[in-house]
Structures are given as structure tokens and as C-alpha cells.
Design a protein. Structure first.
Lengths: 80, 568
């Protein structure tokens, strides 16, 4: 009857592989977390930039709308 | 023996204790299971509401009239602050606000859980502020109205929790609001979310609304009206500009107005949109409508003459009727009755037409019922059924008394005349756009089929009679101040007394000066309604529709048509 006996080298190789797989799994999990974090951060940044853009647009609208222009023209004419 | 007894006693005690514990466990697990499960879940759960962004409101050219933006708020929780002075001193350099000011806000805030310290804070300020005990941040939507008071009476405003309370904001609240999400989290002991348990609803931002209004035309109308309102020390004033062919409202001004972004400084009275909420007796403005009805149903012919009794008409059952400014007219053609604005001529046309035809005609023009404009608070005006008419009514209604109309109803009636007698429904909202900017719904009402009056009658009234009112000063035309060189303007003045509240009769020296006009007469592009309430006649500048309202309408027409010409 054939019996499978691990040599010392094979045993070390198996332990090494197992450890490598474990380290790789941990790395993958960490990378996954990091990427999700980056994604969320970029999303938050985009949202923040959109809000800032919206605020700037509203500021601009309040400066260039016909009522504001008319008011400034009146002030300008009265200064003259 | 004694030890054995003690051992048995403790054994029994142990068994009884375990028995009691088991019973208690059974009681808690079996009978109180639901109660403690619920208690446990409530303790574990933390709710977080995600509010959607409220939809934007744009004018016809895409200018922003109302929009929401996220603002970061820094707040204090007074019950969690041990030393208010120390907290204020720590916070002051971060927010660049005086420590005493922060201290005052916290102490006078009133709410032990929330005192707003700074609105619209930046990210750095927020991250520094939250490190201080008792200080927190939150983001909230804030509604902005970049055009200030220009559209206040139409757009309306929202509450602090972003619900529409007035105007378009209220009328389209459901569409503008969108739908929020309620996230249920498992929370730790400090109520911080650990992981999502369930999500109720779907986050959908509110849709956008595109109005038919044009901010430039609105500003033109507001500027001109405001000048006259101040010059004549009037109580209030309103103006509407519309496209007669489509019914699209290009401008709608009601003065006094208010800035929806600064509600605290406005009075409740100034928040009303008078064009749809304030009915009034129209005076002579109704005359072209009545003449159109009379000519259309064959009561009078265009070339017929009416004897105007030399300015004094009286009879049994309808009292005495005089002309405005005590004019004494003899024989007048139907056209002259309109150009010279004869009350007696109109009373006679009313008598000849009879109650039923007059009532039916006015109903067809939309008086006595809501126009159906997309704004809350519209009133129907007052056109009583003929069963409630007195013997005076048939002689008074033809020159604008004993009925109440809104500015919008009057504008609609003139749009019908300018549109060749075809029905027109005024509208304010052009389209609804989704979150990607695509048009989701066209809101223009389907134009009703059919004519209210014959085309040739409407054209005769507009292109002949009403052109005469504006262009024939020497023939007694009352609207000559609205005459323009470049375009042929048509229009009709109206000067109506104001009835006493709760009493019979009319107030002395108080009136509503109005003017409805349009241009160009051969193919009207716009119709303008202007009305000024209680102009001060003692200033010596006049207080009639011709003196007060017609110059404003003329200027609005001139500037608007110039603007529309340059637009294409």
C-alpha cells in the first residue's frame, strides 16, 4: 500500500503557499476596502464640487439677472 | 447529620433558585418576548433621513428663479456644553465670529438640543468645530431666489423644512419635492451607525419647472409700474403681459411685492398675487367685450347710431346715468361709444341686448369663473346669475359695475379679442423637466376648439374701435398716452370707483385706474393689462385709467416688443 509522506521541503512549501494565499487574501480585502473608500471619497468630492458650483451659479444669477442689472444701472445713473 | 441537613437545605435552596430563574427566563422569553424584542431593536436602530434636492424653477430663457443648494450648518447642543464661555472662546477663532456673539446665541437659543451658530460654513470650519464638545455640524438644503423680489408673488416661498407654502412652490410642491429615503442603521451606544439594516423609499430629487415668464419682460413691467406706483402714491398696482395666441404669461407683477429670500422683512399683505386674488369692478374696460357680444349676437349693427341723451339718461327702474367727467354726447356710432367711452351708450346697448344674452356672453368670455391659472388662491370674481339681477343691472354691467373681475380674467377676455375671437387659456408653466434636464412633460394647455365671437367682429373691435381709443386723441380717445410711433397700439381705459366695504355706495375720490392694450393691432404679439389702485388724485396729475395706467402700458409694450424683436 502506497503511503503519502511529506518531505520536509514539501511541508515548508505547503506552509509557504498557504501563508502567501492568506497574505494575498488579506491584501485583496484591504485593496477592496481602500478602493471603496477612494470611490466614496471621490463621490463626496464630486458632490461637494457640484454644490459649490451650484452656489457659484446662484451667486452669478443673483448678479446678472435683469432685476440686479436694472438696480445697478439706476444706482450708476443716480451717481452721475 | 447536621451537615447533611444543611447540605439538603442549600441544595433545595439552589434548586428553588434555579427554578425561579428558569421561571423568570420562561416569563421573559415567552410572555415578554415581543416587548423586549421591540425594545432591543429600537435601541439598536438609528434613523437617518436623506432629503432630496428640491427642483429648480426656471424662466422661459433658463434663468434660475429658485434653486436649492446644500449648506453646512454649525450648531451647538447647549445641554452637552459644560462651560459656555470656554466653548465660545474655542469656537470663535474657527468661525471668525466674536466669542460674546456665540455665547449670546447659545444662552438665548431656547432649544437645549439645537442652536444654530453658523449657516453656510466651509469644510475646514466644520472639521475643526466638531472637535469641540457640544458642537456639531449638519448639512441642510437651502432655497435661494436669485432674482429677489422680481418673481416673489408668483414663485412664492418654502418653509424651513422645504415645503412649498405659496405660489408655484405650493402649487407644484409634490413635483418639486421629490422623494426622500429613510435609512435604518444598527447603531452603537453613541447612536453612530454601524451597518445598514433597511432602506425605506427611493431617493429621487424633485423635478424642474420651466415657466412661460421672461425675467427681462418682468423687469420691464415691474420698473415701469413701480415708477407710476410711487409717482401717484398709489395703494397697489399690477401688470400682466401675455401672448394672446398661446395664452403664455410673459410677466405678472403685483406691487407691493416681497423678496422670498427675506420673508421676515415683508408684510403679509405684500405676499398676495393681486392679479388673481383681488377682484374689482372693471369700469369701462368691459365695454369692448359687451359691444363684441352685442354685435356678434346681432343686437346692434356696426354702423348703428345710439343717442346718448346729451349726458343725462334716467328712467323708471334704472335710476340716473351720467357720462364720465359729465360729457354731453348726442348721436354716437357704436365705434364712437367705445372711443369716447360713453356710459349712456353702453347702458342702452345693454338694455337692447337684455339680461340673458348679456349674461351668457360674459360667461363665454370667462367672467364669473376661475381662469385656471396654475397658482393657488385664484378667485372667481362675481357675475351673479340673472335671477339675482336688479332692474339696474342690465344698464350698469355694460359699463363695468355690478360685476367683479380679476386682472387675469380681464386679460383673458382681451386675449380672446386679440386672438380673433378664439378661446385662450392663460398659463404660466411651460414644461416640467426631469433630473437629466430632459423635458418630461409639456404643460401648455390644449387650446379649446371654437370661437367665442365671430372673427370679423373681434378684428373690428381690435383693429378699428380699440385702435381709435389709443390713436384718436382729437376724437376723444382716452388711451392716447399709450400711442407709439413704431407699432399700432389698441387698448381701452377703465376708471372705476371703489365700493365701500359693508356699506352701500362708492368711496369719494378713490378709484382703480386701469388700461388693457396690445400691439401690433394687425397681428397682436402681446396684450398688456395695467391697473393702479387708489392713485392720489390730489397730486394734480389725474387719476383716470388714461392718465395713470395707459402711459405705463405704452412703455411696457414699446420695450417688450423691442426686446422680442431683437430676440429673433
Amino acid at each position: 500500500m502506497y503511503m503519502f509522506v511529506l518531505s520536509q521541503f514539501r511541508f515548508l512549501f505547503a506552509v509557504f503557499c498557504l501563508t502567501a494565499i492568506l497574505i494575498f487574501a488579506v491584501y485583496l480585502r484591504d485593496a477592496n476596502n481602500r478602493i471603496v473608500y477612494e470611490l466614496c471619497r471621490y463621490r463626496a468630492d464630486v458632490s461637494q464640487l457640484k454644490q459649490e458650483l451650484g452656489a457659484k451659479q446662484l451667486q452669478l444669477e443673483s448678479l446678472i439677472n435683469p432685476a440686479a442689472i436694472s438696480q445697478r444701472l439706476n444706482e450708476f445713473n443716480s451717481d452721475d | 447529620m447536621k451537615n447533611a441537613r444543611i447540605a439538603i437545605f442549600f441544595l433545595i435552596l439552589l434548586i428553588v433558585s434555579f427554578g425561579l430563574l428558569a421561571a423568570r427566563c420562561f416569563y421573559l422569553q415567552y410572555y415578554k418576548n415581543d416587548h423586549y424584542t421591540e425594545l432591543c431593536l429600537t435601541q439598536q436602530k438609528s434613523l437617518q433621513l436623506w432629503q432630496p434636492q428640491r427642483g429648480v424653477i426656471l424662466d422661459a430663457k433658463g434663468r434660475v428663479l429658485a434653486a436649492s443648494n446644500r449648506k453646512k450648518i454649525i450648531f451647538a447642543e447647549p445641554r452637552a456644553i459644560e462651560d459656555v464661555k470656554e466653548t465660545s472662546s474655542e469656537l470663535a477663532p474657527i468661525l471668525d465670529i466674536g466669542a460674546h456673539e456665540i455665547c449670546r446665541k447659545i444662552l438665548e437659543g431656547g432649544n437645549p438640543g439645537f442652536v444654530r451658530i453658523k449657516q453656510d460654513a466651509d469644510v475646514l470650519q466644520c472639521s475643526a468645530a466638531v472637535r469641540i464638545k457640544g458642537i456639531g455640524t449638519q448639512t441642510d438644503w437651502q432655497r435661494s431666489y436669485p432674482t429677489g423680489g422680481l418673481f416673489g408673488n408668483i414663485i412664492g416661498f418654502t418653509s424651513r423644512d422645504n415645503r412649498g407654502l405659496e405660489g408655484i412652490e405650493l402649487q407644484y410642491d409634490k413635483e418639486l419635492s421629490g422623494s426622500g429615503v429613510e435609512n435604518v442603521f444598527y447603531a452603537d451606544v453613541r447612536r453612530r451607525p454601524i451597518c445598514l439594516k433597511e432602506q425605506n423609499g427611493t431617493l429621487a430629487d424633485g423635478v424642474g419647472i420651466i415657466m412661460t415668464l421672461d425675467a427681462t419682460i418682468q423687469q420691464i413691467a415691474r420698473d415701469e409700474l413701480q415708477k407710476q406706483y410711487k409717482d401717484f402714491e398709489a395703494e397697489s398696482a399690477m401688470a400682466i403681459v401675455a401672448e394672446p395666441k398661446t395664452g403664455a404669461i410673459l410677466a405678472m407683477v403685483s406691487i407691493p411685492d416681497f423678496d422670498p429670500g427675506n420673508l421676515q422683512s415683508s408684510e403679509a399683505d405684500s405676499r398676495r398675487n393681486r392679479a388673481i386674488t383681488d377682484p374689482f369692478e372693471p369700469g369701462s374696460m368691459i365695454k369692448p367685450i359687451v359691444v363684441a357680444i352685442a354685435v356678434d349676437n346681432g343686437t346692434v349693427r356696426k354702423d348703428e347710431k345710439v343717442f346718448c341723451e346729451n349726458g343725462n339718461y334716467s328712467g323708471k327702474g334704472f335710476g340716473r346715468i351720467n357720462e364720465y367727467r359729465n360729457h354731453r354726447f348726442g348721436d354716437l356710432s357704436i365705434r364712437e361709444v367705445l372711443v369716447k367711452s360713453s356710459n349712456i351708450g353702453m347702458a342702452k346697448i345693454g338694455q337692447k341686448m337684455g339680461q340673458e344674452k348679456l349674461y351668457d356672453g360674459l360667461k363665454l368670455f370667462g367672467f364669473g369663473e376661475k381662469v385656471g391659472i396654475e397658482l393657488p388662491g385664484e378667485v372667481e370674481g362675481l357675475l351673479r346669475p340673472t335671477s339675482r339681477w336688479s332692474s339696474y343691472s342690465v344698464t350698469r354691467i355694460p359699463y363695468g359695475y355690478e360685476l367683479n373681475v380679476t386682472a387675469m380674467q380681464m386679460l383673458q377676455a382681451y386675449c380672446i379679442l386679440a386672438n380673433g375671437g378664439r378661446m385662450v387659456r392663460p398659463y404660466l408653466v411651460k414644461a416640467v423637466v426631469d433630473n437629466n434636464g430632459e423635458i418630461a412633460q409639456i404643460k401648455r394647455p390644449v387650446p379649446p376648439v371654437g370661437y367665442i365671437i365671430k372673427r370679423e367682429v373681434a378684428e373690428w373691435i381690435v383693429q378699428d374701435c380699440l385702435v381709435g381709443v389709443v390713436n384718436e386723441k382729437n376724437n376723444g380717445g382716452t388711451g392716447w398716452r399709450a400711442k407709439l410711433d413704431k407699432w399700432q397700439v389698441f387698448g381701452k381705459t377703465g376708471t372705476a370707483n371703489i365700493s365701500r366695504i359693508g356699506q352701500r355706495g362708492y368711496e369719494d375720490n378713490s378709484n382703480i385706474a386701469s388700461f388693457v392694450a396690445g400691439a401690433p393691432a394687425e397681428d397682436p404679439a402681446i396684450v398688456v393689462f395695467v391697473s393702479v389702485r387708489r392713485p392720489n388724485g390730489r397730486l394734480g396729475k389725474g387719476d383716470s385709467g388714461g392718465a395713470v395706467a395707459s402711459p405705463v402700458a405704452g412703455k411696457i409694450i414699446e420695450k417688450t416688443l423691442t426686446y422680442l424683436e431683437k430676440r429673433f
